[in-house]
Design a protein around this ligand. Structure first.
Ligand SMILES: [Zn+2]
Length: 192
């Protein structure tokens, strides 16, 4: 899944013009039909989406083009999952977060488990972004947990993005998905 930070119509036009690059080999992507319909649970209501697919002209790998509000392999939006991570870093347990967000406790526990397992990757990815955006930022002060450090690093990277490019068209958690390649996984392609 390739997270896209521009509106869907612009993304499709860029794809048709061969302007989107493969995250694996940087080769040009071509349109390759559509992926299955997805239903994403937002803060309020459900949003439906049929993402475009793209195929790399060089390595032949296909990718799903996803807007940044969609978290790969999850049914809830970036804003919802981001809030859960933030509350967890503030010391809330998964059951309390689940009640607050009106989601099943097992779902929230799954997000937190994945994010905690990936915390070091997320922190590393976000720190590389901050450095590449040339932002003068202080070091992350170690928190009691790896997840807290990862989230602070991610928010510093989001802030560095805004300082570099001005007001963001994406919300902070959406930009976090785009920067990290997934928010829960930290599998982003390297920063430019
Ligand atoms: Zn490729």
């Amino acid at each position: 899944m390739l997270s896209i930070a521009i509106p869907e119509q612009q993304a499709q036009a860029a794809l048709a013009a061969g302007l989107l690059a493969c995250p694996g080999c940087s080769g040009p992507l071509s349109p390759w039909g559509y992926a299955r319909l997805r239903e994403v649970r937002m803060e309020a209501g459900v949003r439906q989406l049929t993402p475009a697919r793209a195929r790399c002209r060089c390595c032949k790998v296909t990718h799903v083009l996803a807007p940044a509000w969609l978290v790969p392999r999850r049914r809830d939006s970036a804003q919802v999952i981001g809030q859960a991570l933030w509350l967890a870093a503030c010391g809330y347990g998964h059951r309390r977060i689940a009640r607050h967000l009106d989601r099943p406790a097992s779902t929230v526990r799954g997000w937190l488990r994945t994010a905690r397992t990936s915390a070091e990757d997320l922190r590393g990815c976000a720190t590389r972004w901050s450095v590449s955006l040339d932002c003068e930022h202080g070091a992350v002060i170690p928190a009691a947990c790896g997840l807290g450090d990862a989230l602070e690093a991610i928010m510093l990277a989001v802030r560095a993005w805004v300082l570099r490019f001005g007001q963001d068209t994406l919300g902070p958690w959406e930009r976090a998905v785009w920067l990290t390649g997934g928010l829960l996984y930290g599998c982003s392609p390297l920063p430019p």
